[in-house]
Design a binder for this molecule. Structure first.
Ligand SMILES: Cc1ncc(COP(=O)(O)O)c(C=O)c1O
Length: 444
């Protein structure tokens, strides 16, 4: 698999290390750390180019990519339809301000509303990332909250609240971070948004109690404007919520006139084998959200995200000046997204995600590795639960053996290959995973 001069390098246990770091990688990684703020830690390799499900580093090592830029590159690398669409759009017009509209942007918004099955009158807001998509959702929820009776300041009301779940991840901008649970990334930046509270994930009673805190008097809180949640908590280790719990949350929101916002930044655009995870009954129990956020895979590598508000009354809460961004709905991104959605449809990639996901799951369990406890997730968003906390060592070992996966938790590996992944790609990945030593050391 490797064209690297370092092919003869041996691992600590004397084993063959086909994709060890080469001299060009080392040189450019030194350069990287000289000029970049250290927010991501040291990159593992410097990548040069990709094709299909494969990436090549700057030393010429080849990798089978089962991470896809963290669930982004739905069409893999250099997909001809994507390259053509972006190239053609770049030659036409790459950017206009929002004083002007473009055709790809309009077509994309219509298509997104359609694949989400959103009702007549639903509208889209475009941003540039997952965090921005959730910022927009949080702002919309704030406006909605002001329409709730108990939140009217003129009548002694209290600010409406937004409820988020423990272990949830919604991004790192200050608004999205306010709804992101992990204390180590949230606490250093407090104080964050007021009236955002965390409720124990999966605990229906805790949700009922959080809503019940609404009330007058010194201990009463404002009404709940919205609950924001992921159906599969991706960054928490690819942990699906229980569908009955999701249904219960929907019912509680309905009773209290609160919005249910589903963050589909990681799960959306085909990753679970459905356009959106809420369309997968096994994950959602068939609930319909009031708003959905999306990003990552929508433009298969072009930075884009956004929000779909279901129905006209909610959509109409944003009026000129409520929100915006210079790049929102950028035509180059919109062309990339349209090419992505059209290719997913034309090439039946939703079905491929379901079938290859099932094959991957079966293959991993058939390895009967003492390192692998079980596989969780849906479609092509999966995690292998490891029997001990060695996920970083496992990720490193896989990389050195030509497979990209990531340590999504101390004891779990995430697999999120491009939706174009083939049967032979899956077999190859399973063969590499199956060869992984079971006695990898615990991460420090
Ligand atoms: C569910 C979810 N929401 C939001 C985000 C933030 O997206 P971005 O990194 O594009 O800002 C992520 C990123 O991993 C995510 O998984």
């Amino acid at each position: 698999m490797s064209t690297n001069e370092n092919e003869t390098e041996l691992s600590e246990d004397g084993g063959h290390v086909p994709n060890a770091m080469g001299p060009q990688d080392e040189h450019w990684l030194d350069e990287y750390s000289d000029v970049h703020m250290n927010v991501f830690g040291a990159p593992l390799r410097v990548m040069d180019h990709g094709s299909g499900t494969r990436l090549w580093d700057i030393d010429g090592n080849e990798y089978l990519d089962f991470l896809a830029g963290i669930a982004v590159n739905a069409l893999g690398y250099a997909h001809p339809a994507w390259v053509k669409a972006v190239g053609e759009q770049a030659a036409l017009v790459a950017h206009t301000s929002n004083y002007f509209a473009t055709r790809p942007q309009i077509e994309l918004a219509r298509r997104l509303v359609s694949i989400a099955g959103a009702p007549e009158g639903s509208h889209v807001y475009f941003g540039n990332s997952g965090a921005e998509a959730n910022e927009a959702a949080i702002k919309l929820a704030r406006l909605y909250g002001r329409t709730l009776p108990g939140a009217l300041p003129s009548m002694g009301g209290k600010p409406a609240r937004i409820l988020a779940l423990t272990h949830g991840f919604h991004g790192r901008t200050l608004g999205a971070l306010s709804a992101t649970w992990k204390p180590s990334i949230r606490k250093p930046f407090e104080p964050l948004l007021p009236a955002v509270e965390f409720v124990e994930s999966g605990d229906t009673l805790a949700m009922v109690e959080a809503f019940a805190q609404t009330g007058n008097g010194p201990y009463g809180k404002g009404p709940v404007a919205a609950v924001i949640l992921e159906l599969i908590q991706g960054e928490a280790g690819v942990r699906p919520l229980d569908a009955d719990y999701v249904k219960a949350v929907r019912s509680i929101c309905d009773v209290h006139h609160a919005l249910m916002i589903i963050d589909e930044v990681q799960t959306g655009i085909g990753r679970t084998g459905h356009w959106f995870a809420f369309q997968c009954d096994a994950l959602s129990g068939g609930v319909v959200p009031d708003a959905v956020t999306f990003a990552k895979a929508v433009a298969s590598g072009f930075p884009m995200g956004g929000l779909i508000a279901f129905g006209k009354p909610l959509s109409d809460l944003f009026t000129p000046g409520s929100h915006g961004s210079t790049f929102a709905g950028n035509p180059l991104g919109a062309a990339a997204a349209l090419a992505t959605l059209k290719t997913i449809e034309a090439d039946n990639l939703l079905r491929n995600a379901r079938e290859r996901g099932a094959q991957l799951r079966r293959g991993i369990m058939a390895c009967a590795s003492p390192l692998f406890e079980y596989v969780r997730g849906q479609g092509l968003l999966l995690a292998i639960q490891l029997t001990h906390p060695c996920a970083h060592a496992a990720m490193q070992w896989a990389l050195e053996h030509g497979l990209i996966v990531n340590a999504v938790a101390p004891d779990a590996l995430r697999l999120a290959p491009p939706l174009i992944v083939s049967e032979t790609d899956v077999d190859e990945a399973v063969a590499i995973l199956g060869a992984m030593p079971a006695d990898l050391p615990n991460d420090r």
